[in-house]
Design a protein around this ligand. Structure first.
Ligand code: ADP
Length: 201
C-alpha cells in the first residue's frame, strides 16, 4: 500500500519548520526537501561524483565535500550550467524523497518543501497544507530568526509563489498569526483529519 503523504509548504518565516516539528511530536515521520537536497550530494554519492566529473575537482572542498560557494559561482551567470545542474539534481532529489516517504512507518507522512508549488512537487503528495501569515509578520519573524534585513526578506518573498497563489492551491490552510498554543491545537485537529484520510486511502 502506498503511503498517504501531506505536502507542507508556506513562504519564508511562515512557520513550516515549527508546524513540521509539532507533527513530529505527534509521531509523524517527516521528509524534508532541504535535507534531501543536501543528502543527494553528500560525500560518496553518485550526485557528487557527477558534479565533479562535470565541473572538475575545484567543486570539492579539501575534506572531499561539495564546495557550495564555488558551485553557486559556476552556475550564477551561466544558465546552461544551471540547467545542467538542475537536470542532475531534481530527479535525484525526487527519487530520494519518494524512497524516504515509502520508508516512513507512521500513519501518514509529511513532505516539507519550501517551494512545493513552484517546483511542481505537489504532484507527489495526496494533499497540500499551506502555513499562512501576512507578509508583515513574515518579515518580522524572519528578521528576528536570521541575520537578514527587511529588504532581503521582501526579495525572497517576491521570488516565491504569491500568497494568493499558494492559498488557492492549498487543500488545507493553517493560519499561524496566533501564538504557539493556538498553532498546536490546529495541528492536532489536522492530524486527526489526516489519520482518517490515510485510513480511507
Ligand atoms: P519557516 O520554516 O517557514 O521559515 P519557522 O518555523 O522557522 O518558519 O518560523 C519562523 C520563525 O517564527 C521562527 O523563529 C519560529 O520560532 C517563529 N514562529 C513560528 N510560529 C510562531 C508563532 N505562532 N508565534 C511566534 N513565533 C513563531
Amino acid at each position: 500500500m502506498s503511503k498517504f503523504v501531506v505536502g507542507l509548504t508556506g513562504g519564508i518565516g511562515s512557520g513550516k519548520t515549527t508546524v513540521a516539528n509539532l507533527f513530529a511530536e505527534l509521531g509523524i515521520d517527516l521528509v524534508d526537501a532541504d535535507v534531501v537536497s543536501r543528502e543527494v550530494v553528500a560525500k560518496g554519492t553518485e550526485g557528487l561524483a557527477a558534479i565533479v566529473e562535470h565541473f572538475g575537482s575545484s567543486a570539492l572542498l579539501e575534506n572531499g565535500e561539495l564546495n557550495r560557494a564555488i558551485l553557486r559561482d559556476k552556475i550564477f551567470n551561466t544558465p546552461s550550467e544551471r540547467k545542467w545542474l538542475n537536470g542532475l539534481l531534481h530527479p535525484l532529489i525526487r527519487a530520494e524523497m519518494l524512497t524516504q516517504l515509502q520508508n516512513a512507518t507512521s500513519a501518514y507522512a509529511i513532505l516539507v518543501v519550501p517551494l512545493l508549488f513552484e517546483n511542481g512537487l505537489d504532484s507527489l503528495v495526496n494533499c497540500t497544507l499551506v502555513v499562512d501569515i501576512s507578509p508583515e509578520l513574515q518579515i518580522k519573524r524572519t528578521t528576528e530568526r536570521d541575520a537578514v534585513d527587511a529588504q532581503q526578506v521582501k526579495n525572497i518573498i517576491a521570488s516565491q509563489a504569491s500568497r494568493d497563489e499558494k492559498l488557492s492551491k492549498a487543500d488545507d490552510i493553517i493560519d499561524n498569526q496566533g501564538d504557539i498554543s493556538a498553532l498546536r491545537s490546529k495541528v492536532s485537529a489536522l492530524h486527526n483529519k489526516y489519520i482518517k484520510l490515510a485510513a480511507q486511502t
